[in-house]
Design a protein around this ligand. Structure first.
Ligand code: UFG
Length: 339
């Protein structure tokens, strides 16, 4: 298939691009490079064996997006583009709502105009909100605790409403748990824009010597070691989940399908710190700190729906996730080169 990958130069989009090309698909990337670097594209050419077509456009620009689709002959869209920093979304709510909703509305309008019916959408476990029980299941109610999370809840709603009006659509809402890790080559990985918010890139930057310690946000959670637990998922498994979803989308009866993508296994902050220290051979100094507002004690998936319906199961271990992150970070201590 010829597939438009929005946000294809970002962390998850780039890993998925490599797997799509390996599976025989033709990928076209659209990205505004506001949170990624153009030098990702050279790495993608290397991994894909040929350059990947890329359009540097702002997808909130409806006319530009319409033209891209008019000329693109796309058969499916994987929509990764969006802003994703929780703290930034609290400080800049209008930018988050305008950008994330604007992107999706523009892409959907262009899809409708061009007759493209298949969409795989990057949603998040954040839509389960702060009071969800674990493991989290797809039929649980949704809510959010910050503007970023609300943009995901709202985008899911927009997609459901559109599917009611346009029942020919086939949409996958993929709810990611905590994506970490990197391609085993060390050529592509997570290159956060500014100071990382997330645990794994912080551990990688501490191990490589760019930061001196990790603040442990909360030691008093009702978990076995008192630190919060998350469902860390290797980005290569996550990318494979997208291919699996795309493969079944055409034969789904319902217009909208929701799948959790996670391992189903919780790992605490202290467990991840220890695993990363082991994988990198570096000491990770930690300092106790108060809980981070909005954090919950436990977040992990019930991944059985994806297993049954997609034949997909996360295969990589926490050790693989740490080893691959460390290979990427030690080979690229400051991330991708500036273009
Ligand atoms: N943590 C620390 N110190 C840090 C950073 C994080 O102790 O410096 C802890 C957090 O408190 C949390 C755990 O590490 O307990 C994981 O934190 P992340 O920020 O890596 O991940 P979150 O689960 O908080 O956030 C992720 C995604 C968000 C999404 C959210 C809920 O990054 O996009 O899951 O689904 F909104």
């Amino acid at each position: 298939m010829r597939i438009l990958v929005t946000g294809g130069s970002g962390y998850i989009g780039s890993h998925t691009t490599v797997q799509l090309v390996a599976a025989g698909h033709e990928v076209v990337i659209a990205d505004d490079f506001s949170r990624s670097k153009r030098s990702v594209l050279g790495r993608l050419s290397e991994l894909c064996g040929a350059p990947v077509e890329c359009h540097a456009i702002d997808l909130t620009d409806r006319e530009a997006t319409r033209q891209l689709f008019e000329q693109g002959s796309f058969e499916a869209v994987m929509h990764f583009a969006g802003l994703k920093a929780v703290g930034e979304s609290v400080a800049m709510p209008l930018e988050y709502y305008a950008n994330n909703l604007g992107l999706t509305l523009s892409v959907l309008a262009a899809m409708r105009a061009a007759g493209v019916t298949r969409l795989v959408f990057s949603s998040s476990a954040t839509v389960y909100g702060e009071n969800a029980s674990v493991p989290m299941r797809e039929n649980m109610s949704t809510s959010a605790t910050n503007p970023y999370g609300w943009t995901k809840v709202m985008q899911e709603q927009v997609l459901r409403d559109l599917a009611l009006a346009a029942p020919d659509l086939r949409i996958a809402l993929l709810r990611y748990f905590n994506p970490v890790g990197a391609h085993p080559s060390g050529l592509i990985g997570e290159d956060p824009h500014g100071v990382p918010n997330n645990l794994m890139p912080l551990l990688a930057q501490i191990a490589v010597g760019q930061r001196d310690h990790l603040s442990l946000f909360g030691r008093d959670y009702p978990t076995p070691d008192g630190t919060a637990r998350r469902d860390y998922l290797h980005v290569e498994d996550l990318a494979a989940g997208h291919i699996a979803a795309l493969n079944v989308l055409g034969s789904r009866e319902e217009a909208v399908s929701v799948w959790n993508l996670g391992t189903g296994m919780p790992t605490s902050v202290l467990e991840l710190v220890a695993a990363f220290a082991e994988a990198s051979g570096r000491v990770i100094p930690t300092v106790d700190a108060p809980r981070r507002p909005g954090d919950i004690a436990d977040s992990y998936a019930d991944p059985s729906k994806a297993q049954t319906e997609l034949g997909w199961k996360a295969a990589r271990t926490i050790q693989d996730m740490c080893a691959d992150t460390w290979r990427w970070q030690s080979q690229n201590p400051t991330g991708y080169p500036d273009e």
